[in-house]
Design a protein around this ligand. Structure first.
Ligand SMILES: Nc1nc2c(ncn2[C@@H]2O[C@H](COP(=O)(O)OP(=O)(O)OP(=O)(O)O)[C@@H](O)[C@H]2O)c(=O)[nH]1
Ligand SMILES: [Mg+2]
Length: 262
């Protein structure tokens, strides 16, 4: 199997409904937080234009299917337990799977666009919670989780003060290799951060957090699925979500699931 895509977000927003619609695998779905405890895994398909029409050839793909000029590329999807604030410090259930989520090549952040679910995943009246907060919250949880891993033994390195660029990159690659974060992402993030590699001991905590944030954005591309678009207030919130730094896709996973199984 090729790429692994993690479906993440706070509880009760429709992650499993989305997973089920995308994979056609039946999994528990319910209107309360922490319905999913152990991650669900399955295969979904990414639709991309196939080159066969442009080159006017008959193709015989080995690991995907070409349907009338559209290539269906299989990707493995993992649907995780919901994350709550301070998951990176061990709160809630989803934190147990952050290691697993962070091995993904890309992430789908499902939010309740109607603002009808609070930060803990409890149902509230549509429009009473701001879904933009959900985008900020997940960013923080993922970044802080990575910072925690990154900081292990960081003192040893930073105390050396001056380290060679190669040694620093080698250390970071080793530290983050288990999370499918490659050398290219690390080198690009370091360059974009503008941090001085001459005096690593002069990096502040916020320098580190900004660097990790960049590494994550480069190595784990993420889209926002603005789910529950069928509910009131969702369209208004969708317009506001365009201010987020991510690509935002409107969705009704419940409707997609109903269409997929009928
Ligand atoms: N109106 C509406 N409800 C939805 C939609 N998608 C999911 N739901 C409902 O939202 C509730 C939570 O759905 P789940 O798929 O279990 O949510 P989850 O994010 O996996 O929840 P946890 O596993 O608890 O983290 C269920 O009652 C779903 O039927 C949607 O697009 N529109
Ligand atoms: Mg679930």
């Amino acid at each position: 199997m090729g790429r692994l895509v993690g479906i993440v977000g706070k509880p009760n927003v429709g992650k499993s409904t989305y997973f089920s619609a995308a994979t056609m695998i039946s999994v528990p779905i319910a209107a309360y937080p922490f319905t999913t405890i152990r991650p669900n895994r399955g295969v979904g398909y990414v639709r991309v234009d196939c080159v066969c029409k442009e080159f006017d050839v008959r193709d015989e793909p080995v690991n995907s299917v070409c349907q009338d000029g559209a290539r269906l590329v299989p990707v493995e999807l993992v649907d995780c337990a919901g994350l709550v604030p301070d998951a990176w410090q061990g709160r809630g259930l989803g934190n147990q799977f952050l290691d697993e989520i962070m091995t993904a090549d890309a992430l789908i952040h499902v939010i309740d666009a109607s603002g009808g679910t609070n930060l803990e995943g409890k149902i509230c009246a549509p429009g009473t919670h701001d879904p933009l907060e959900d985008v900020e919250f997940l960013d923080k949880e993922l970044d802080m989780w990575l910072v925690r891993i990154f900081k292990k033994d960081w003192e040893k390195i930073s105390h050396k003060g001056k380290v060679s660029r190669d040694d620093l990159i080698k250390d970071l690659v080793e530290r983050l290799s288990g999370l499918a974060i490659g050398r290219g992402s690390i080198e690009r993030a370091l360059k974009e951060s503008g941090l001085s590699l001459d005096r690593v001991d002069s990096w502040s905590d916020s320098d580190l957090i900004n660097l990790i944030h960049k590494i994550r954005l480069i190595s784990k591309p993420m889209v926002i699925v603005a789910n529950k678009i069928d509910l009131s207030k969702a369209r208004e919130n969708l317009a506001r979500l365009s201010a987020s730094p991510y690509r935002v896709l409107a969705c009704s996973a419940e409707a997609e699931l109903a269409l997929a199984i009928n």
